[in-house]
Write a protein that binds this ligand. Structure first.
Ligand SMILES: Nc1ncnc2c1ncn2[C@@H]1O[C@H](COP(=O)(O)OP(=O)(O)OP(=O)(O)O)[C@@H](O)[C@H]1O
Length: 263
């Protein structure tokens, strides 16, 4: 779908401080997102997931540490190349309320277009393909404000896919989606050759679709590695305060949260 440039994302020693807060938001965080794999970012509210995603995207500059894109420091990757390589789907991102769906998706093509030139056939084809992938083909003329929350989320996913990136960073991309579309979107990400880093709250979805996980707790990495090794009852109790039944079979890991753990 993307012309498949395999580009991994690595981060080490990421520390982010914010004014007026004694403890860093992120402290010495490392992450390895191998090319073509789906890496899930998990953690309780406020543990630093979105901040880490912003650091990976280059929209937050860490106070310490380094992000590498395809082995190169992020800062050494020219801006246009970075814009073509990395797509970001923000949490609850909004768009200008007057735009049509086609206009929102077309924003994903901007890094590929020469300045002041109108969209070409490649741009139109990429947008059509992306809308089709998220099940929103035929909605091009719909106005943004007429879409439901889940439809907006799918159009934002289409915008990111239309960018034809090598790396896709997504912050809770399924929180407005019905259960079928949750599975469709994550299944789609899993089926691509993109390098994906995705923030998720749903442990069952993480178990089903992520190759690797990084669990943050209070701004630090609590556990990281292949999914089966991370999603263990002790880790889930310590990091999330829940009791869970974890089973493993040929199809992978399954997690059923049975309730809040005793404190
Ligand atoms: N600019 C800021 N100023 C003050 N505090 C901030 C700032 N940015 C982030 N924080 C704090 O840093 C912590 C981590 O925030 P972040 O949004 O990264 O967490 P998260 O794990 O994505 O949370 P959630 O699951 O609720 O979306 C939170 O306590 C948040 O309030």
């Amino acid at each position: 779908m993307t012309g498949a440039r395999a580009v991994g994302v690595e981060a080490s020693g990421i520390t982010v401080r914010v004014r007026g807060r004694a403890a860093p938001v992120l402290a010495d965080v490392a992450l390895s997102a191998p090319p073509g794999a789906v890496t899930g970012l998990l953690g309780p509210n406020g543990s630093g997931k979105s901040t880490l995603l912003h650091a990976l995207a280059g929209s937050t500059t860490p106070d310490a540490g380094e992000v590498r894109l395809g082995g190169r420091p992020l800062g050494a990757v020219p801006r246009l190349e970075r814009a073509r390589t990395v797509a970001v789907m923000e949490q609850d991102a909004d768009s200008d309320t007057d735009l049509a769906v086609a206009d929102v998706v077309a924003l994903g093509r901007l890094p590929h277009r020469r300045r002041l030139t109108p969209p070409g056939p490649d741009d139109a084809a990429a947008c059509a393909r992306a809308l089709d992938l998220v099940g929103m083909a035929g909605t091009e003329r719909r106005r943004w404000r007429t879409l439901s929350g889940g439809e907006r989320q799918r159009v934002h996913a289409a915008r990111a896919l239309a960018q034809e990136p090598a790396v896709l960073l997504l912050d809770e991309p399924t929180n407005h989606l019905d259960v079928r579309h949750q599975h469709e979107l994550l299944g789609l990400l899993r089926a691509t050759e993109l390098t994906v880093v995705v923030v998720l709250h749903d442990l069952a979805l993480a178990a089903r679709y992520c190759d690797r996980l990084v669990v943050l707790r209070d701004g630090r990495v609590h556990a990281a590695g292949p999914t089966a090794g991370v999603l263990t009852p002790p880790t889930l109790r310590e990091a999330f305060g829940v009791d869970a039944v974890v089973t493993q079979d040929g199809g992978g890991v399954r997690v059923e949260v049975t309730g809040a753990a005793d404190r």
